[in-house]
Design a protein. Structure first.
Lengths: 355, 582
């Protein structure tokens, strides 16, 4: 099993603080029961490396969204039919193509990015991790890093996915670590991904997710999402082997959807209270795109200055893995997501536990 | 009323000091309540005081639900004023509560709301047993039929003929004024719902035919006493019929009635109500924990903590018919997903049976989150409150309130202390504090492995916890030791009997008058292996439960039926207290 690169270590003082706390309590392994400890996902959003004024990664500014493009495409839209303006744009959104449009697309131009070295190689097209690690593969970041809607803390993509994880049981994903001897160092642990079917345990505000909750495994609607893989824990960090294909539920704004990640892997700082780190792999481009336009209405795309039409072309152009056997075109694009989890007790139905 | 137990406690506290108090307290208590080993013939002459007591909020709701349905009952807040906890029970305060004019107004508003719903178009067809000949006019016969039936259920006894005539007259008059039969009926029902005969449970006595020197409760008063004790609800139709037929005044009839009620699923509601009162769980209605200190404790968590303990009690005592004392050592309980987080354990869906780890620190009621969280401060645990609750709730001992001029400075100066034990150590050096704290803190400190929310902790502020302690001469090293010492405490059973008898008869026991009888119950409780249903049966079938103590009591208490001015109420309360002392 090869572990390449390193995960995102910090993102500002808040994350640093939480990690310090995580490390501080790492020695507490009281929640390992029967060599098992589990975590439920509480935060998941695209890893976007940001500098304060964005000059490093987006020196030419941010991309236009649907409203800005519409103004430029149809300055005299009052004299044109809806069919030739709004509906034409909607058709292109739902039936995108790779033909260039008339808008210059601003890709990330900086050299730094969060993520992992997925292919074990260091090439000219790779980023460098802020900690100096070379060979970081994160072409989704190259595509979305200069789109306001994907940048934190106010971008619509940044806000709504976390809110959806808290609000929507559809997105309830968990990992169960078994054969665990220590959260500090363990040469081999087994990880199983499950979907849960309960609300997250929160404090009295209803917003802060607490450790110590219980989740029942959803074997009915979640069985197809179960994945089992191995990993090891080194100095409190879990490194997992690549998972051939992982399906991640991604309901947002009450619209059910999924992402498909190939050769996905976790790199997580573990504690008895929670886990935090990165999930990286190759996202299936079509799935990625249709998740975006299904979950986000024109309103949200416009608010986030996300031109789906232009972004699709960029995703296709930057896709860097899993070529189609027939066309040779890459079907997947490297990516990384920030992930945080809270410790949880997973309950299996009696019949499944017996199995 | 002065509690002779308190006198015993105070005397013991004056004679002994510091740890010596604890070591000798046990014998002091034993000497204060010599128990008799068997029920004597003389005890058969015991009677209980006649009382007039206000319905509790739950009893009000249960009464409305039983007569008119759950939907109507749940639509109004019970207009019952707060009770004063008296001798450990709110139920014992119901005979001493006053009703102000504002509260009467609330009772009237609730009555109007209930009456309006009963006669509305959604309910009238199945709650009113007849239809008027014309909706726009009075119908005396239909009104009489409804008033007679519902009045009997609400007043828990048949209406007198004159009362029935009066109420029908009200209905007819109002129907004529409003040109609506149902509006008229509604007004008559409202009159019944604000009547003291509904709001108060009134003991009425009569001369016992077979023993003219004794007075017994009349059959309907006995039926109410039985049903509120065993079901926390008014008599059902069968019990009223048994009362009407005179069956409750025969040994066989009474036995059959009690056994039927004990065998009913409704017994659970009675047992829950008693223990909810005994454990002062009404405090959960206003209990709150600082969300910064205890972020995982929410209103739902606390609600489930209360429910967990009540489920445990009902399962242990009613469903399993297990030894009452084992409630303090059993590891069997129930768990919900919301509560499991505080116990740091997984849980299934809804409520499910759960067993604490055999080697873990949780066993018995004292380690339930309900007991631990309720008897703590909002930001930290409290060995004093926990020790006080143990003594007062389960052992019927009274810990005096702190003196009004208590000096907290030495306690505040101990802010640097890492553990509660270190903080409270200052009490030992101050004789005015030590007297009380030495009888509460040792056992409370043994529960310091649980924080103010009831979560387990190995240490406090990084310091290890010394939880060894002593309960009335029994030394122990850990929580299991405290649980065992409580379970085997000689006053545990006597306290339950004291409270249960007071609960059933509507007021505090008089240890001068009731002592021997209570000792008899205790002997039977031991014979019956400490099973609660058997104890309930003994109490319900006892001579004292169905008989009253004196004619003088009856006359004095009847006065409380009238709603009095505050000054008159105070006078009345004093008179009652004096009467209890006598």
């Amino acid at each position: 099993m090869a572990f390449c690169g390193v995960g995102r270590s910090t993102s500002g003082a808040l994350l640093l603080g939480s990690l310090l706390i995580a490390f501080a309590v790492q020695a507490d392994e009281s929640r390992i029961r029967n060599r098992t400890i589990s975590y439920v996902m509480t935060d998941l959003f695209w890893s976007v490396y940001q500098t304060e004024d964005a000059q490093n990664e987006c020196p030419r500014g941010f991309n236009d969204g649907p409203r800005e493009q519409f103004e430029k495409l149809f300055p005299d839209y009052d004299s044109l039919s809806i069919e030739k303006t709004q509906l034409a744009q909607e058709i292109q959104t739902w039936h995108p193509n790779t033909e260039p449009d008339d808008f210059e697309f601003f890709e990330v131009e900086g050299e730094l990015s969060w993520g992992l070295n997925l292919d074990g190689q260091v090439s000219a097209n790779d980023f460098t991790h802020p900690d100096g690690t070379l060979g970081i593969d994160n072409e989704v970041y190259r595509a979305v890093g200069c789109i306001i809607g994907f940048r934190g803390p106010d971008g619509v993509e940044h806000i709504f996915q976390n809110k959806a994880i808290l609000d929507e049981v559809f997105n309830r994903m968990m990992i169960e670590l078994t054969e665990v001897d220590s959260l500090k160092n363990d040469e081999s642990v087994v990880i199983t991904m499950y979907r849960g079917k309960d609300r997250l345990l929160t404090d009295a505000t209803g917003q802060k997710v607490m450790a110590g909750g219980t989740q029942r495994v959803d074997y009915r609607w979640g069985e197809s999402l179960i994945r089992r893989f191995t990993g090891q824990i080194v100095d409190g960090v879990l490194f997992t082997e690549p998972i051939a294909e992982m399906v991640m539920p991604w309901q947002n704004l009450s619209v059910p959807s999924v992402h498909v990640f190939k050769d996905a892997r976790f790199q997580l700082n573990l504690s008895s209270e929670g886990a935090s780190g990165v999930l990286a792999g190759y996202a299936d481009v079509d799935t990625w795109y249709y998740q975006l336009i299904r979950n986000d209405s024109t309103h949200h795309l416009s608010n986030g200055q996300i031109s789906a039409i232009s972004l699709y072309k960029a995703l296709r152009r930057l896709a860097d893995s899993h070529p189609d056997p027939e066309t040779g075109n890459n079907t997947a694009i490297s990516t990384a997501l920030d992930v945080r989890m809270a410790q949880v007790y997973i309950v299996h139905p009696d019949i499944k536990a017996a199995e | 009323m002065k509690n002779p137990w308190n006198d015993c406690f105070a005397t013991a506290g004056l004679v002994h000091w510091k740890r010596i108090i604890l070591a000798t307290m046990l014998s002091a208590f034993v000497s204060c309540s010599d128990s008799q080993s068997s029920i004597t013939a003389e005890q058969l002459d015991f009677g209980s005081p006649m009382r007039t007591r206000l319905l509790t909020a739950d009893q009000y709701t249960n009464s409305i639900a039983q007569v008119f349905g759950e939907d109507i009952a749940s639509s109004v807040l019970p207009p019952i004023p707060p009770m004063a906890r008296t001798d450990g029970l709110l139920a014992s305060g119901t005979a001493f509560v006053g009703v102000t004019s504002d509260q009467v107004s609330q009772i009237q508003q609730a009555a109007a709301s209930i009456a309006a719903q009963v006669v509305d178009q959604d309910h009238r067809d199945f709650l009113i047993p007849c239809a008027p000949e014309a909706k726009e006019a009075a119908d005396s016969s239909c009104a009489a039929l409804f008033i007679k039936e519902s009045g009997r259920l609400l007043f828990r006894r048949p209406l007198s003929d004159s009362r029935l005539v009066d109420l029908v007259r009200i209905a007819d008059y109002a129907a004529e004024q409003t040109d609506d039969f149902y509006d008229g009926l509604s007004l008559a029902l409202e009159a019944m719902l604000i009547s003291p005969d509904f709001i108060f449970i009134v003991d009425r006595a009569e001369v016992a035919p077979d023993a003219p020197d004794q007075r017994r409760l009349d059959a309907f008063s006995l039926a109410s006493r039985l049903s509120f004790l065993l079901w926390n609800a008014p008599p059902d139709e069968i019990l009223l019929q048994e009362a009407e037929a005179g069956a409750l005044h025969t040994q066989e009839g009474l036995t059959n009635a009690v056994d039927r009620m004990l065998g009913s699923a409704r017994l659970e509601f009675g047992v829950r109500a008693f223990f909810d009162d005994l454990m002062a769980f009404d405090e959960f209605d206003s209990l709150a924990k600082d969300p910064v200190v205890y972020p995982m404790v929410t209103g739902t968590t606390l609600e489930h903590a209360r429910e967990q303990t009540l489920r445990t009690i009902v399962d242990h005592l009613v469903d399993q018919e297990s030894d009452y004392r084992d409630l303090f050592t059993t590891r069997k309980t129930f768990m919900s997903m919301q509560l499991a987080a505080v116990y740091d354990t997984p849980a299934g869906e809804g409520w499910s049976p759960f067993e604490f780890d055999e080697d873990g620190p949780r066993l018995g009621l004292l380690t339930h989150v309900s007991f631990l969280a309720a008897n703590s401060h909002s930001v930290r645990s409290s060995p004093t409150l926990r020790g006080k609750a143990l003594r007062e709730t389960f052992l019927c001992q009274r810990v005096p309130d702190p003196p009004p001029d208590v000096d907290f400075s030495s306690l505040e100066d101990a802010e640097d202390a890492a553990t509660a034990k270190e903080r409270l150590a200052v009490h030992n050096t101050n004789p005015s504090c030590a007297g009380c704290h030495l009888i509460t803190d040792p056992m409370g400190l043994s529960l310091e492995n649980f924080d103010g929310a009831g979560r387990f902790r190995e240490t406090e502020n990084g310091a290890s916890l010394d939880i060894a302690g002593e309960l009335d001469g029994i030394f122990y090293d850990d929580i299991a030791g405290l649980a065992k010492a409580t379970r085997n405490h000689p006053k545990l059973s006597a306290c339950l009997i004291n409270r249960l008898y007071a609960y059933g008869t509507g007021g505090p026991v008089s240890l001068r008058d009731d002592r021997d009888m209570l000792a008899g119950f205790e002997d039977r409780f031991v014979e019956n292996e400490y099973k609660l249903p058997a104890l309930l049966r003994d109490i319900a079938l006892s001579h004292a439960f169905s008989h009253v103590r004196s004619v003088e009591s009856e006359v004095k208490i009847r006065d409380t039926l009238r709603i009095k001015a505050p000054a008159e109420r105070a006078e009345s309360a004093n008179a009652l207290a004096k009467m209890e002392e006598e």
